[in-house]
Design a protein. Structure first.
Lengths: 265, 273
């Protein structure tokens, strides 16, 4: 059968050497990983046999008595995500303009903007939440700040990409007709980017709802606080209820956001 | 819109209402007020007001007093734990990229013609994706005890959900003609997938695997907070001892490594695609 297959592209010795080098590097990475990771299999197995018939059945029989409380905290979570993403959607606009090369016409400024944005993106939300809990105390406000700063990185990058892809002919035509910068901004650029900006902001809200569910774990408000207590008390019935509410709410928000985004763009 | 205005047609009347400015303005104002209303309502519900914001900002000076000076004693253990985090991410990404191959084939409607199998796989993956990484970690740490193993399983499930969505969507967008031609000339399902589907999705598959590795590095930091091993666990310990200098040091280490890995992975992905 094998001779019926199409002939393979001939490889140059350089390519072969490169492939061998890559394969060796990957192999070394894996050997290093599997040698140095220390999993105490005895303990894992021991815990598993003693826990799985406790944890799993309890997880799948949610504690309905606390449903009201859980839903209330989930609503607070959504508020945190909403206020945070709205703040980010606004904060990201100037940064997006800064990081778009056709808006600044200045390689230095654009690189600077891109560096700020990727710097911000590197922080996981919950790490930011830790920083803000230290700064403003364990309140939902810390959560909002964490979400706002965390989302600005991604939104700013996406905004910059949208701005770089706009039709510059419109802008040039306006310039040629003597429009000033503000006129170009409001009549040439903003109408082109508004749908995408909105769509990305809504998409980010969807992610933020997911992200803000865990912020309470470090004290930044929302349903994460309940996750923390349920986990500390090994109360898996409560955890089941929390999980159920998160899954339902996140699914609804995903569908709603997909629907709205299809309408906008 | 502009084009339509330049070329009046017989149907112009049909579109005219859409262009009437007061309607557009009313719509935009309505949306604006709805957004504003929700903002005010949610600020009230979460107990945020501008006084808090000003107060918070003026306290930002204090944060630096708390977080600095950095505590460099923690650097040694931080690097040990950091490598543990990377190992967790590598193992979890490897297994999820392997397992995702059959799963994403089952969740692609152009490969799986069985309605029930397709929808069950899709639904399972959609539900998995809604569970936050920390919650998965909490559950698996609950089952397997604190340590690396629970963390790896949590990362595996977490990245499986993301990868399955990305890759099944890629499979759904491939050109089906080579596959059909192969089926017509007598290839079986495995052959059709190996020679018809796989070559078409290979670049995206590799790129998404690296992307999931990036996500896993970040997530493995986070799940450490609940006792699933790695640098996050160290961070949480120092945080609960109010040892803020060490917290800041660890955060800077995490920051540097995340940036480095994203840079490398980004370069590799650029080269592939």
């Amino acid at each position: 059968m094998s001779q019926q297959l199409p002939p393979k592209k001939p490889r140059t010795p350089k390519q072969i050497a490169r492939n061998i080098a890559i394969a060796l590097a990957v192999l070394a990475l894996y050997i290093w990983t599997f040698v140095s990771i220390n999993i105490d299999w005895g303990r894992v197995l021991d815990r598993f046999t003693s826990n799985y018939d406790v944890v799993l059945p309890q997880l799948f029989s949610p504690n309905w008595a606390r449903a009201g409380e859980v839903v209330e905290m989930m609503i607070e979570t959504i508020f945190i995500a909403y206020a945070g993403s709205l703040a980010a959607a606004i904060l990201a606009v100037p940064l997006g303009f800064l990081a778009a090369i056709n808006m600044t016409n200045n390689r230095f400024l654009t690189t600077f903007g891109k560096w700020i944005l990727s710097g911000v993106r590197a922080f996981p939300e919950i790490i930011l939440a830790i920083l803000f809990v230290v700064a403003v105390g364990p309140t939902p406000f810390a959560g909002i700040l964490a979400i706002a700063i965390g989302s600005t990185g991604m939104l700013g990058k996406l905004y910059a990409e949208v701005l770089e892809s706009i039709d510059m002919n419109v802008v040039e035509a306006m310039q040629a007709n003597g429009a000033n910068k503000i006129q170009i901004m409001f009549h040439g650029i903003i109408p082109q980017v508004i749908p995408e900006f909105l769509s990305y902001a809504i998409y980010r809200f969807e992610i933020d709802v997911r992200a803000s569910t865990i912020l309470g774990y470090v004290g930044a408000g929302g349903i994460g606080t309940m996750i923390f207590f349920a986990y500390s008390n090994r109360n898996w019935n409560d955890m089941g209820m929390i999980l159920l509410v998160i899954i339902i709410v996140v699914t609804i928000i995903d569908y709603a956001s997909t629907y709205i985004r299809k309408k906008i763009v | 819109m502009a084009n339509k205005m330049n070329k009046p047609t017989m149907n112009e009347d049909k579109y005219a209402p859409l262009l009437s400015p007061w309607r557009v303005k009313a719509k935009i104002s309505l949306i604006f007020f709805v957004i504003l209303f929700f903002l005010i309502y949610s600020s009230e519900q979460t107990g945020v007001n501008f006084a808090d914001l000003i107060w918070g900002l003026s306290n930002m000076g204090q944060i630096f007093d708390k977080l600095f000076p950095l505590n460099f004693d923690v650097l040694g253990p931080a690097f040990d734990r950091l490598f543990e985090t990377l190992h967790m991410a590598i193992i979890a990404s490897t297994f999820s990229t392997l397992i995702v191959i059959p799963v994403s084939l089952l969740a692609a409607h152009n490969i799986t013609s069985n309605w029930l199998v397709y929808n069950t796989t899709r639904l399972t993956m959609n539900v998995l994706r809604t569970i936050p990484d920390v919650v998965l970690a909490v559950i698996f740490v609950g089952i397997f005890g604190t340590g690396v193993f629970g963390g790896i399983v949590a990362l595996f499930i977490f990245s499986l959900g993301i990868l399955a969505k990305l890759i099944s969507e890629t499979i759904e967008s491939i050109d089906m003609q080579p596959v059909e031609a192969m089926r017509a000339s007598g290839a079986n399902t495995i052959q059709a997938i190996a020679y018809g589907v796989a070559p078409q999705i290979m670049p995206q598959f590799t790129s998404f695997s690296l992307y999931v590795f990036e996500i896993n590095v970040r997530a493995s930091v986070v799940i450490g907070l609940v006792g699933a091993g790695g640098i996050g666990q160290l961070l949480m310990n120092q945080f609960s001892f109010n040892n803020y200098g060490a917290v800041m040091t660890i955060i800077i280490v995490i920051f540097a490594v995340v940036i480095l890995i994203e840079y490398i992975s980004g370069k590799i992905r650029e080269a592939i695609l």
